[in-house]
Design a protein. Structure first.
Length: 319
């Protein structure tokens, strides 16, 4: 399994989510978030970290058991220090600490502070030596183990999925788009080649079909089946003889009693996703070549409408 830090830290390739930022937000927003000052923003790392732990607990429980228990960094200085550990493997953590805080190296007071910080975050050093890029708190470990067991034993569908002997989790694909030559990447949650199935775990505040349909539109899940299948086909990492025929979304309600839904998208939805990300790759290839990243058109006032499903729902209620 490729470390999450390595995967997310590779800015030379576009992922589905970064390509969605380019296509649905703007090229300027994409560049700011993934290559500019936004790339240093820590605000999303907490949610991404918990999601990584969730996937590890569900799809790789033995690996999750090895994640050291420790304190999660919360302040900017703590985050900077832990981030420095992974960006500078092999460096003396005491020096990294004092560099991060921009203090005079060698003073007794600073050394005592640095020693305390390194001792407090020793589990992070242990994790790094084990090839991991995260630790878990005691409360998180208990919660994630409980949710993992809940998911894996939810019903006959999940028992069959996780009982498969050829299930492969967290597979990373790197490839070059055959038309635009844009460098791409994807991380696949779970694939079962014997039954030609690819699966993706989603968490939501509502696991019902209507809610998942809205989430699919809002978060552009309809790009995943085509983009990930292309990733497997063109991947330079693995040789795939048989491609998945079904892309199944497992949706977990984050709230008790943690109901689950299992969904596939319609062929029309998947085709729209394929057409959109193909268009996005063409446009981003031009931006990369020209190094020009246009923002939103704000030259005039535009009129917008509520989403069609919202208008249709209102019409249905008034009939």
């Amino acid at each position: 399994m490729e470390q999450n830090y390595d995967y997310h830290g590779d800015k030379t390739r576009v992922s589905r989510s970064s390509l969605c930022d380019f296509y649905f937000r703007s090229p300027r927003y994409y560049y700011w978030k993934h290559h500019g000052k936004g790339a240093k923003d820590e605000s999303e790392k907490g949610a991404r970290r918990y999601g990584s732990l969730m996937h590890l607990a569900v799809f790789e429980p033995s690996a999750f058991e090895r994640v050291p228990v420790g304190k999660t960094p919360t302040t900017p200085n703590q985050l900077f220090f832990v981030d420095s550990l992974f960006k500078n493997p092999g460096e003396d953590p005491l020096i990294l600490y004092m560099d991060a805080y921009k203090k005079v190296k060698g003073t007794e007071a600073n050394k005592r502070t640095a020693d305390a910080m390194v001792e407090e975050y020793k589990p992070w050093l242990d994790a790094m030596q084990m090839g991991l890029n995260m630790v878990v708190s005691t409360v998180e470990r208990e919660e994630l183990l409980r949710l993992s067991q809940h998911i894996r034993n939810y019903n006959s569908i999940t028992r069959e999925i996780f009982g498969a002997t050829d299930g492969q989790s967290e597979e990373v694909c790197h490839w070059l788009d055959h038309k635009t030559r844009v460098r791409c990447k994807a991380k696949l949650d779970y694939t079962i080649r014997s039954i030609r199935v690819m699966m993706d775990l989603k968490t939501s505040g509502d696991a019902s079909p209507d809610s998942f349909a809205r989430d699919s539109d809002r978060y552009h899940y309809h790009w995943q089946p085509g983009f990930y299948t292309d990733g497997m086909y063109y991947s330079t990492d693995t040789q795939v003889d048989i491609l998945p025929e079904n892309f199944i979304f497992m949706v977990l309600d984050k709230n008790p009693p943690h109901e689950m839904g299992f969904y596939t998208l319609t062929p029309e939805s998947i085709q729209m996703g394929q057409e959109q990300y193909a268009e996005a790759l063409e446009k981003i290839s031009i931006c990369i070549d020209q190094q020009k990243w246009a923002g939103l058109d704000a030259t005039g006032i535009q009129q917008v409408s509520l989403p069609r499903y919202s208008l249709n729902k209102h019409k249905f209620k008034t009939v």
